[in-house]
Design a protein around this ligand. Structure first.
Ligand SMILES: *[C@@H]1O[C@H](CO)[C@@H](O)[C@H](O)[C@H]1NC(C)=O
Ligand SMILES: *[C@@H]1O[C@H](CO)[C@@H](O)[C@H](O)[C@H]1NC(C)=O
Ligand SMILES: *[C@@H]1O[C@H](CO)[C@@H](O)[C@H](O)[C@H]1NC(C)=O
Length: 214
C-alpha cells in the first residue's frame, strides 16, 4: 500500500485513474454526471450541453444507454428522452443527442434558440446493469443556459471589452470552455485529499502496530 501511494504521488495521472476505481471499491453504487455549470448562446443560435458520466456496475450485454433532459429544477419537467424518443412541444425538432456507441460522454444540442429557452437543464442517464437491473441517475447541478441577444444588437453600450467577438458559433463554444479548467481543480484536490487520507491511515496502522509490539 505504501509503495502504491509513492507511485501514485510520482505518477499523478495514473493516480487519478486508480482513484476512480478506488471510488468504486468504496461504493459500488458510485455514479456521477458532469455537465457545464453555465452556457450562453444567442437567440437563433444553438448550444451543446456536453455531459460525461461514470458508474461502477458491469453493464448487461447490449445494454442501451438512455439519456433524458429536465428543465428548471432537479425534479423539473422532462423535455427530452432518447428512448421513446420524446421531445417536449416547446422544443419540437430542436433537441438532438450525440452519444457515440460505447462512449461515456456526449452532448445534447438545442438549436434555433429562443429567449424562453433560458433555464436550468439537468441531464439524466440510465444504463442496464448485468446483475442489478436498470440504474438511472441525474446530475445534481444542472447547466444554467443564458440566451443572449444576437451579436449585432450588442454593439450598443460600453461592452466592447466582452470576449465574444464574431458570429453565433464563437459564442457557442466559449461559454462552456470556461468550465473545463474549473473542473480539473476539484479532481486534483480530490486526488490529493485521497492521498492525504491514505497517508493518515497508513500512519495509524503503523502506530497501532508499533504500540501493540511494545
Ligand atoms: C426514458 O423513458 C423510459 C420510458 O419511460 C424510462 O424507462 C427511462 O428511465 C427514461 N430515461 C431516463 C434517462 O430517464
Ligand atoms: C473560444 O475562446 C478561445 C480562447 O479562450 C479561442 O481560442 C477559441 O477559438 C474560441 N472558440 C470559438 C468557437 O470561437
Ligand atoms: C461539445 O461536444 C461537441 C461534440 O459533440 C464538441 O464538438 C465540442 O467541442 C464540445 N464543446 C466543449 C465546450 O467541450
Amino acid at each position: 500500500m505504501g509503495l502504491s501511494l509513492l507511485l501514485c504521488l510520482l505518477l499523478l495521472p495514473t493516480c487519478l485513474q486508480a482513484d476512480s476505481s478506488e471510488e468504486c471499491n468504496l461504493n459500488p453504487d458510485y455514479r456521477q454526471i458532469d455537465q457545464p455549470k453555465h452556457l450562453s448562446a444567442p437567440i437563433g443560435g444553438s448550444v451543446h450541453i456536453n455531459f460525461s458520466f461514470y458508474y461502477c456496475w458491469e453493464l448487461a450485454k447490449n445494454s442501451r444507454v438512455s439519456v433524458a433532459l429536465r428543465r428548471t429544477q432537479f425534479h423539473g419537467e422532462f423535455i427530452y428522452n432518447s428512448t421513446w424518443p420524446f421531445i417536449h412541444k416547446d422544443y419540437k425538432n430542436r433537441i438532438s443527442l450525440n452519444l457515440p456507441k460505447g462512449q461515456k460522454s456526449g452532448s445534447l444540442k438545442i438549436s434555433n434558440l429562443r429567449k424562453e429557452d433560458e433555464n436550468m437543464y439537468f441531464c439524466r442517464v440510465q444504463v442496464e446493469t448485468r446483475e442489478d437491473g436498470k440504474k438511472v441517475w441525474q446530475a445534481r447541478q444542472g447547466t444554467k443556459l443564458t440566451i443572449t441577444h444576437a451579436a449585432m444588437t450588442t454593439t450598443e453600450g460600453p461592452t466592447s471589452t466582452a470576449p465574444t467577438t464574431t458570429g453565433p458559433s464563437a459564442l457557442e463554444g466559449n461559454g462552456s470552455s470556461a468550465s473545463s479548467p474549473l473542473s480539473v481543480g476539484p479532481v486534483v484536490v480530490a486526488a490529493l485529499a485521497g492521498a492525504l487520507i491514505k497517508i493518515a491511515i497508513l500512519g495509524l496502522i503503523l502506530y497501532l502496530r508499533w504500540k501493540r509490539s511494545k
